[in-house]
Design a protein around this ligand. Structure first.
Ligand code: UDP
Length: 236
């Protein structure tokens, strides 16, 4: 039995690119297999994808672009990840719907929360794309908002190259240590950077638990869903 009935999985853009720009089909196929295993285990799954493997608005702004336009480019990049994931999920035989916060009827449904819940009840995976549809937000915050609105039991944050929340960035500070559990209050007051602060605050205010864990080794998403204690639990 899964430890959670309905989960919101946040996949950052880095996961799709396998570390480079664009989409790596082999990587996305492997992620799709992992998600299928979660569906087969009986959990309902919603997904929010990031888009950092294409564009991040703040980075384009540093190179001279208007922030608002750059953020919209970021949101369109996210949709490409959603379509790639949908394709590989359907190849695995998993029914999938993409819902976007920016309407684009030819490629996806519009974001309709009650319909998303209905899809999940029918065993379909729902992929929420185009972020919140608004500049100046990150997909971390969107993941929490969508989880709350679609009544998920937990936010699962799957990361590339890091296996949980550390006291500092382990890629920079060799003395950083991994935390098994951290409260939202501490995550915010200690300025832990693994998710953005708005996401931590929104989760904390609504007492929604979050598990941050690494994508390696394969099978970790299912392990977390089945209740194995890996990564870091962030809770009230
Ligand atoms: N973005 C946005 N509004 C949103 C979500 C995302 O403007 O509601 C833009 C923003 O420019 C962001 C980009 O989309 O940098 C990609 O999202 P994010 O950086 O969160 O992706 P990740 O880091 O998870 O790959």
């Amino acid at each position: 039995m899964p430890a959670y009935n309905r989960v919101l999985l946040k996949l950052s853009g880095e996961v799709f690119g396998g570390g480079s720009v664009g989409v790596d089909p082999d990587v996305v196929a492997a992620v799709a297999r992992e998600i299928k295993a979660v569906v087969d285990a009986g959990a309902q799954v919603a997904i929010v994808t990031g888009g950092g493997n294409f564009f991040r608005g703040a980075e384009l702004q540093e190179k001279g672009m208007d922030r608002v336009r750059a953020d919209y480019m970021g949101m369109l990049g996210i949709v490409m990840n959603c379509l790639a994931l949908q394709d590989f999920l359907e190849k695995e035989g998993v029914d999938t719907r993409v819902q976007t916060a920016i309407t684009m009827g030819q490629v996806a449904e519009p974001y309709i929360p009650r319909r998303a819940i209905r899809h999940m009840e029918k065993g379909r995976v729902v992929i929420f794309g185009a972020g919140m549809g608004m500049p100046f937000f990150s997909t971390d915050t969107v993941a929490v908002q969508r989880a709350l609105e679609s009544k998920c039991d937990v936010v699962l944050v799957a990361k590339n190259g890091v296996d949980g929340v550390y006291t500092a960035d382990p890629r920079v500070d060799p003395t950083a240590t991994k935390l098994d559990h951290v409260t939202y209050t501490d995550a915010i007051s200690q300025g832990l950077k693994i998710m953005d602060q708005t996401a931590f605050a929104l989760c904390g205010e609504n007492k929604l638990p979050m598990v941050v864990f690494g994508m390696e080794p394969e099978g970790n998403i299912l392990r977390v869903v089945m209740g194995e204690k890996i990564g870091t639990l962030v809770s009230a």
